[in-house]
Design a protein around this ligand. Structure first.
Ligand code: ATP
Ligand code: PRP
Ligand code: NIO
Ligand code: MG
Length: 557
């Protein structure tokens, strides 16, 4: 019979490489290799080390973070192997290092590394390890930079997406439009993936659609509208009815008839005069190409005087042939005012021409949107159904980096810690287990870290939870439910069962559920209530014992 370790190994063989082929063992800082050499020279390279990957502060002034990047880390670990040409390159840049070291590098893989992690898409908090990585110190050291790189932006942009979703509300459609503004190709593709996890509905990025199966959506640009000059450009004017029973020979003429009706309709009087003919030509051409989902960008010339009546004339002509137009996009001006006026216009048409549902024609908005503008629009009132968001979302304009770190917490079963004058930078030593304790109302109350050898917290127990560094901050917690956070995603040579890597859709669903489970005061944009992070009484005592042991005593004269 196959052993658990063998079963893990054969299942791991099917884990594909990291999405970006640039993610190789050389995608790291040089010091990881110089340290690996020095470990090797000192005969320490196989010593068993435990590192924690965590961040110190949630981004964007918030109290929560969405964890992204785990799958890419596991793909990297599963396929970690230095190629001959990579070894040769390292040899060329480390010419004084002994050959035996490069032999060691040639042999290494991650078969003796264990990775425990919080499931991807989870809501996570400062100081609690997102990942705990254990293995030969020289090997795990080589994982630091790629892991931190893979998690940092992924988590930052997933959090940014979740924050935009929270302000927009669940009923709105959110489209990620950022590729052109993203930090390079990987920035763009990663943003599309992690914005989807964080709650966006679709992306305009075709490569991300192919790579990850994210729904693709889009409209058209101003160039398409301004490329037309007159209705004479439209040569093929016929359009088949939706049910295929007949064909309208001159769709242009049908649209013009409708435009004329709009201009003479009593209830719309004053709203429409002469519209821009070249814009009308563009809209008709787009409708002829996509009669099933006609959508028009209406702000190239003038929304109220031209774009909107032109769109409606085309939409009404399509309606005659059994098609339903998808809607409009506004990309400039006062989006609150223009969306409200557009809705009034749609409603007036519904009433005037008895076209059921026309009032509900979708209104999309874009143009430098961010959390603040979404919030302002909510406060003013608007009629927008869909937001297209690019620059601020994918570049994480309001905060450039998350600041994840990877710190040694134990070596050869000896707990280690990094001291700092700045209390927020002191690392929490020991190989730890982490738990989320839930209260009576179903909300998470506190995340608790304990040493691996301590008994785990149980529902119904009265558990002392202490702030890791501030003596006076402590509380007894009686959890209704206890959830272990760190799960085994890469068991190494251990017999632990390996968690399957979920699909992107499952990660996204998990993220949505996690966000919904949080108490709203932790999630609000302004002055959110801090979420409690704590350690057990035993771990607290140990941290402070080690701290005193490691910190040299000053002497004043
Ligand atoms: N009602 C609103 N409340 C708050 N912000 C808004 C509102 N409507 C639009 N905005 C934002 O105001 C900014 C307007 O951008 P800007 O001043 O560049 O004008 P514009 O409409 O893009 O003009 P242009 O015609 O040159 O494209 C955008 O960032 C947009 O998201
Ligand atoms: O504004 P963002 O959030 O980045 O969203 C994407 C923007 O990209 C497109 O136009 P682009 O910005 O290229 O040109 P424009 O600003 O002149 O419309 C689109 O019309 C949006 O305005
Ligand atoms: O499809 C769109 O409307 C789109 C795509 C990318 C950027 N701006 C708009
Ligand atoms: Mg723009």
């Amino acid at each position: 019979m196959e052993s658990m370790a063998e079963a893990n190994e054969s299942a791991a063989a099917s884990i594909p490489a990291a999405t970006n082929p640039m993610v190789t063992p050389l995608l790291t800082d040089q010091y990881q290799y110089t340290m690996a050499y020095a470990y090797w020279k000192a005969g320490k390279h196989r010593e068993r080390a435990v590192f924690d990957l965590f961040f110190r502060k949630s981004p964007f002034g918030g109290e929560y973070t969405v964890f992204g990047g785990l799958e890419e880390c596991i793909r990297f670990v599963a396929n970690f192997k230095l190629e001959d040409e990579e070894i040769s390159f390292l040899q060329s840049v480390m010419p004084r290092c002994e050959d035996g070291f490069f032999e060691f590098l040639r042999q290494i893989d991650c078969s003796d590394v264990e990775v425990y992690a919080i499931p991807e898409g989870s809501v996570v908090f400062p100081k609690v390890p997102l990942m705990r990585v254990e293995g030969p110190v020289a090997v795990v050291q080589l994982l630091e930079t790629p892991f931190v790189n893979l998690v940092n932006f992924a988590s930052l942009v997933a959090t940014n997406a979740a924050r935009h979703r929270l302000v927009a509300g669940n009923s709105k459609t959110l489209l990620e439009f950022g590729l052109r503004r993203a930090q390079g190709p990987d920035g763009g593709v990663s943003a599309s993936k992690y914005c989807y996890i964080g709650g966006f509905d679709a992306t305009s990025n075709v490569a991300a659609g192919k790579l990850f199966g994210i729904p693709l959506r889009g409209t058209h640009s101003h160039a398409f509208v301004s490329s037309f000059t007159s209705l004479n450009e439209i040569v093929s004017r016929a359009l088949q009815c939706r049910d295929g029973t007949s064909t309208c020979k001159d769709f242009v003429n049908l649209v013009q008839t409708w435009l004329n009706k709009l201009q003479h309709a009593v209830s719309l009087r004053g709203l429409t005069g002469a519209t821009n003919e070249s814009e009308l030509a563009a809209f008709i051409s787009y409708a002829l190409a996509f009669p099933h989902n006609f959508l028009a960008l209406v702000d190239t010339y003038n929304v109220m005087r031209s774009g909107l009546p032109n769109f409606c004339a085309v939409a009404l002509a399509l309606n005659d042939l059994g098609y339903k137009a998808s809607g409009i996009r506004l990309d400039s001006g006062d989006l609150s005012y223009l969306s409200i006026e557009s809705r009034k216009f749609f409603n007036a048409i519904e009433k005037e021409f008895c076209i059921a549902g026309f009032g509900k024609t979708a209104i999309a908005a874009s143009n430098d949107l961010n959390e603040e503008t979404l919030d302002a629009l909510n406060k003013q009132g608007h009629e927008i159904d869909t937001y297209g968001i690019g620059t601020h979302l994918v570049t994480c304009y309001s905060q450039a980096a998350l600041g994840c770190v990877f710190k040694l917490v134990e070596i050869n079963n000896q707990p280690r810690m990094k001291l700092s004058e700045d209390i927020t930078k002191v690392s929490i030593p020991c190989k730890k287990r982490c738990f989320r304790l839930y209260g009576r109302e179903g909300f998470p109350l506190v995340d608790l870290m304990i040493g691996v050898n301590e008994p785990p917290p149980m529902a119904g127990d009265r558990i002392l939870c202490r702030h890791p560094f501030i003596e006076s901050k402590r509380a007894y917690v009686v959890p209704q439910h206890v959830e272990e956070l760190l799960k085994c995603y890469w068991p190494g040579k251990s017999h632990e069962t390996r968690e399957e890597l979920p699909s992107l859709q499952d990660i996204r669903n998990h993220c949505m559920q996690q966000l919904q489970k949080m108490r709203s005061d932790h999630m609000r944009r302004i002055n959110p209530t801090p979420y409690k992070i704590s350690v057990s009484g035993r771990l607290y005592d140990f941290i402070h014992f080690l701290w005193l042991n490691e910190a040299p005593v000053g002497e004043l004269q």
